[in-house]
Write a protein that binds this ligand. Structure first.
Ligand SMILES: [Zn+2]
Length: 274
């Protein structure tokens, strides 16, 4: 595993090869903030060693959302009682049905990633114990970091981590660079508005850390926003015309199963079933 690389002043990003997940480490003067914790106990132990190669500071954890690749390392990384922040919806999803989520993800990944799936089955799910409703400001030993819920998008409980003095935003899976956005638990109709909120926070020189892939700038986010906005209108039109999911997906800016899932979720969202 490659270690952390500095992407802005005292902000480091690690790209973990399995699923190409981004983990962000923000350093204050004597304290650290670790954004996302990877998928399994073994991955989390690797991550802890990578953090220790950068800093001896104690860390506070943030989960950008409830998906396993961003929070299933909590049990290992918060083992000594370190606080774990997340959006209240993410905390609720992980608290209410940890067994169901673990089984669902195990079954999803066992055909293609058996080692990952086995690791998921062994995880003790630790939900965030500090929750964000809209905005929470953290004082990281003199460095201000904001945890912001800008609305629903990739999930019901996405958080964006803003480090104003580094002009940096951690987007979680609201933005993906190494693949198309992921729609399984998404709100495709609301997602564009949420990304518009992120664009509002980003300046021309901002560094944006996506949930998967390499760091990007404001232009990349603007392009993804345009695609998601086009998709949302296609879904609205399809819903109004009672068009079949497949017909709408064929016109979507994303291909294959991604588009089908997006349209299904969009229809459910418009019907109040998402
Ligand atoms: Zn996700």
């Amino acid at each position: 595993m490659a270690g952390f690389a500095e992407v802005a002043r005292d902000v480091y990003v690690l790209r973990y090869p399995v699923l190409d997940v981004s983990v962000t480490l923000v350093l204050g003067d004597g304290e650290a903030l670790l954004v996302d914790t990877l998928s399994t106990d073994a991955q989390a132990r690797e991550l802890a060693a990578a953090v220790r190669a950068v800093t001896p500071y104690p860390w506070t954890i943030v989960n950008t959302h409830h998906h396993f690749d961003h929070c299933f390392g909590n049990a290992v990384l918060a083992a000594d009682g370190r606080p774990v922040w997340g959006h209240e919806e993410a905390a609720a999803l992980l608290s209410q049905r940890p067994e169901a989520l673990r089984r669902q993800w195990y079954e999803q990944w066992v055909p293609t990633h058996p080692e990952l799936a086995t690791g998921l089955a062994e995880v003790r799910v630790v939900p965030p114990d500090r929750t964000v409703h809209r905005t929470t400001t953290l004082d990281l030993a003199g460095r201000t970091v904001l945890l912001r819920h800008l609305g629903r998008g990739h999930t019901a409980g996405d958080l964006v981590v803003q480090v104003p003095d580094a002009d940096l935003l951690v987007a979680g899976d609201l933005v993906e660079q190494s693949g198309p956005p992921s729609f399984e638990d998404s709100y495709p109709i609301e997602w564009p508005e949420t990304l518009a909120g992120l664009l509002h926070l980003a300046g021309p020189e901002s560094v944006v850390v996506p949930g998967h892939g390499t760091v990007v700038g404001r232009d990349f986010v603007a392009d993804q926003h345009a695609e998601l906005a086009a998709l949302a209108w296609l879904i609205r039109d399809g819903d109004a015309d009672r068009a079949p999911v497949e017909a709408v997906a064929a016109k979507a800016p994303f291909g294959g199963e991604t588009a089908l899932t997006a349209v299904r979720r969009g229809y459910a969202e418009l019907a109040g079933r998402a």
